[in-house]
Write a protein that binds this ligand. Structure first.
Ligand SMILES: [Fe+2]
Length: 333
């Protein structure tokens, strides 16, 4: 069922802004994210690494915390416009009987944390320390030259509940996937900032973080990222692509970091601003949905994702499988 979009909530969540993950080896993460993909290191300590895209003036868009336990995602991060928006947002959470807490987080101060109705841990920051934009330091560009954080994809057991909740927070459905002859939600692409999505929910065992994504300047840079990771010896990190999504029209490539977390570099999302524009529906069986050029993604891409620390996993309520590369090749004989 398509959600009711709350166009004008009493608080303003502006965008997907940062992700918080664990990693086992700070040096290995730095070598991959900065040395190969081209992100900027804002700070590195013995137990933390803070990274940002070349355009970004905020302190970080990836925060990695060292933990020798199996790697986990900790939070997906969003921004509210400023601190005055915490009060109406927490009033809303109280009405929904969602418990929350405030944390004092280095370089971003007072931060609101809670779990959405499908158990996804989120944190909302109202500010971050300001650092220098590096977008015109062209002589330092490396790998994919990632410019800015753009979105998340989260695997959830209840896409409908997650979509309804985030739509009430002001997120607008840009595109969605449904099984044949229905509007039952298998996947929902939801946006706040005016392009196709800030957060995506897809059906599966969850909550798990499927990937987070950065924009790159152009197609050539995206291909260059693949060449650079290859020439540096990262032969097993290109997880999928390059290719073009039907959904969102993005040219994409996915990598797995040294801990298995998935990062997408992409180019070209279209604008979703005028409110009367209806969402685009994709049938789950349509191979052009996830790959406009026709070849579906592998089982690994669809079904592997980062678990969140201390979060119970739930089986999906909707039983509907996507078309995988393995199924597609089997059908070809
Ligand atoms: Fe993505």
């Amino acid at each position: 069922m398509l959600p009711q979009w709350n166009r004008k909530p009493t608080f303003n969540i502006t965008r997907a802004s940062h992700v918080v993950l664990t990693c086992r080896d700070i040096g290995a993460s730095r070598d991959f994210y900065a040395g190969a993909l081209g992100l900027v290191v804002t700070d590195e300590t013995k137990d933390a690494l803070y990274l940002r895209g070349l355009e970004e003036a905020n302190y970080c868009s990836i925060a990695l915390h060292k933990d020798e336990a199996p790697p986990k995602a900790l939070y997906i991060g969003m921004r509210v416009e400023d601190g005055s928006h915490f009060e109406p947002l927490t009033a809303y959470l109280k009405r929904k009987e969602i418990s929350y807490e405030f944390a004092d987080v280095a370089h971003q101060g007072k931060t609101l944390r809670f779990r959405d109705p499908a158990g996804l841990p989120v944190e909302f920051a109202a500010r971050m320390d300001i650092v220098e934009r590096r977008m015109q330091d062209y002589h330092t560009f490396r790998g994919g030259s990632p410019q800015r954080f753009d979105h998340y994809q989260v695997v959830t057991h209840d896409v409908q509940a997650a979509t309804d909740f985030w739509s009430e927070l002001g997120f607008r459905l840009a595109e969605y996937t449904a099984p044949a002859n229905s509007d039952e939600l298998w996947g929902a692409w939801l946006e706040r900032k005016g392009n196709t999505h800030d957060i995506v929910f897809t059906n599966g065992k969850g909550p798990r973080l499927h990937h987070f994504a950065f924009t790159v300047p152009d197609v050539t840079t995206l291909i260059h990222a693949c060449d650079v990771v290859s020439s540096l010896g990262y032969l097993d990190v290109i997880d999928r692509g390059p290719g073009r999504h039907g959904l969102s029209n993005a040219l994409f490539v996915y990598f797995r970091d040294p801990d298995g977390h998935r990062i997408e570099l992409f180019n070209t999302h279209y604008q979703v601003i005028d409110p009367e524009t209806p969402p685009i529906r994709w049938d789950l069986s349509n191979p052009r949905r996830a790959q406009l050029w026709g070849m579906p993604a592998s089982k690994r891409w669809f079904f592997e994702a980062s678990e969140f620390k201390d979060c119970a996993l739930f089986d999906p309520l909707l039983v509907a499988e996507p078309l995988t590369l393995e199924k597609y090749l089997e059908a070809q004989g």
